[in-house]
Ligand binder design. Sequence first.
Ligand code: CTP
Ligand code: MG
Length: 225
Amino acid sequence: MNSVVIAAAGSGKRFGTDIPKQFHMLGGRPILVHTLEKFESCDAVDEMVIAVSEGHLERAERLIDDAGFAKVSAVVAGGDTRTLSVANGFAAVSNDADVVAVHDAARPFVTPDEITAVIEKAAETGAACLVAAVVDTIKEVSGGAIVRTIDRTKLRRALTPQAFRYSILEKALADVVGDATDEAVLVEMLGVSVACVEGSGRNIKITTPDDILIAESFLRSENEI
Ligand code: CTP
Ligand code: MG
């Protein structure tokens, strides 16, 4: 069986609203519900554990009940950092899970096909990360001037989900200190190779209020398909 931990315990400082961005409404439903729907409808996923901040546990449980998501096995309190939230979620995952994926609640435009591809790659190789191409020319700068131009064909943006064999993620999250912006880096630090799965640039992380404008138009086009 395969599980997913949804990291939904952030406070959304850059988004700037009182209520964390994962509860912000998009097309009449909270962003978190859009995200969970993608995993609920993905045949490769058997179980979902959601990490939300202590003060939003009840709100999240209510949303999940109302939406009738059958795969949610636990809603747990997250931590002060994303890594701690993922570690708390991982602790509630069934220990007979083969592959455990981790996903940002703030990425509602992931597709069930992308989720399946990442889980299948992790089952085969041990660790996999959804990535997208870099479209801008990237410069290394110092003291206000360009030092060099980096070959962007070698660069990828790390998206989520990222998926790992249970034992690999268990090791990566053991004794975590500090905060990492994703799980792949923790697995890289173990010396384990992380395979890339090319994903769509549409899988944006809603971070600032401007992202809602983009999200609304993506949602419209999703609904037209
Ligand atoms: N996250 C989490 N626990 C934390 C911090 C973040 O579960 N302590 C989650 C967020 O809810 C989000 C994902 O990690 O779904 C990606 O993080 P980010 O986009 O940085 O969200 P926030 O930390 O909420 O936003 P900000 O950094 O602007 O405060
Ligand atoms: Mg953050």
